[in-house]
Design a protein around this ligand. Structure first.
Ligand code: PDD
Length: 285
């Protein structure tokens, strides 16, 4: 079946979906994006993803390319036209097309919107989650505005590639004081040896993950306590459980950090419980 993408107002065959060479996303990484899970053909946490898109855009002083309600229609159209039941929808907004110049383009330059969707193999993801994943740790060498979901992802790309080359699925960034910030494309969590559930506060040093926010709702509903504080790599290695969250992985157990096995080397029971509970609380529309 042929895939379809949305590019600036048109639904086009995926292989013909192109943007201009002077799109500022291409030349300056001058844009932002979102990745939203699709479950049974419906969008998971669309409201929060769209809220975050609007926030990222406003931090960079880029206008919404189309009305919020129209965006919801386009996302569903792309999901539908690609016959995605379970998968991901990707949407990206850049500052648009203009002659290369660092300063903002002339007023009237329209922000560019691209939307793609693809199916994922749920059974394969569940099989990965049943075993848990390895993460490596790498120095956090990103800019200071990681709260913005920018398409400027070079440090993340290099970190994920390093992970791949070491047989791991994710890399956790570590700040100059030895504290874990977050993953290359996920947020990091541990259950300490004492049983404390810990994740780093979203104080600007991490992206405020939507999966993270919704999982905090899950904890609230279950009356479970969360401690939002930074944790060190050493603490993570000595933890009882560890996991990492994102729209692409949900609640993914971490069973190895660098050369250290976490807990008994199997996904933790609390992690499994939270993974199972996630979709009972998330918005699915
Ligand atoms: N990444 N931290 C970073 C740096 C991320 O890139 C992401 C998401 C997250 C988790 O956010 P959320 O729970 O909203 O997915 C945390 C997306 C999935 C990606 O780049 O593919």
């Amino acid at each position: 079946m042929s895939r379809v993408a949305y590019v600036n107002g048109r639904y086009v065959p995926h292989r013909e979906a192109v943007v201009h060479v002077e799109d500022r996303g291409y030349q300056f990484a001058d844009g932002v994006y979102e990745v939203c899970e699709v479950l049974g053909g419906r969008l998971v946490d669309e409201t929060r993803h769209t809220d975050r898109l609007e926030r990222s855009l406003s931090e960079l002083r880029i206008d919404m390319p189309i009305a919020r309600s129209a965006l919801g229609v386009v996302l569903r159209q792309v999901v539908h036209r690609n016959r995605v039941r379970d998968g991901l929808v990707y949407f990206q907004v850049t500052r648009g097309v203009a002659r290369r110049d660092h300063v903002f383009p002339p007023s009237g330059t329209r922000p560019a919107l691209v939307v793609t969707a693809r199916s994922t193999n749920r059974a394969a993801s569940e099989a990965v989650a049943a075993k848990g994943i390895k993460v490596i740790t790498v120095p956090d060498n990103r800019w200071e505005r990681v709260d913005i979901k920018s398409v400027g992802l070079l440090p993340n790309v290099m970190a994920r590639q390093a992970a791949r080359e070491e047989g791991a699925r994710e890399a956790w960034f570590v700040d100059g004081d030895g504290f874990v910030t977050e993953g290359a494309a996920t947020n990091a969590w541990i259950v300490t040896a004492k049983g404390e559930l810990v994740t780093r506060p979203a104080d600007g040093s991490i992206l405020k993950g939507i999966t993270r926010t919704t999982l905090i709702d899950v904890l609230g509903k279950r009356g479970m306590k969360l401690v939002e504080r930074p944790f060190t790599v050493d603490e993570a290695k000595a933890a009882r459980e560890a996991f990492t969250t994102a729209a692409t992985m949900l609640v993914m157990p971490v069973v190895q950090i660098d050369d250290s096995v976490v807990g008994n080397g199997h996904p933790g029971s609390l992690t499994g419980e939270l993974r199972a509970a996630f979709h009972t609380i998330a918005e699915i529309a």
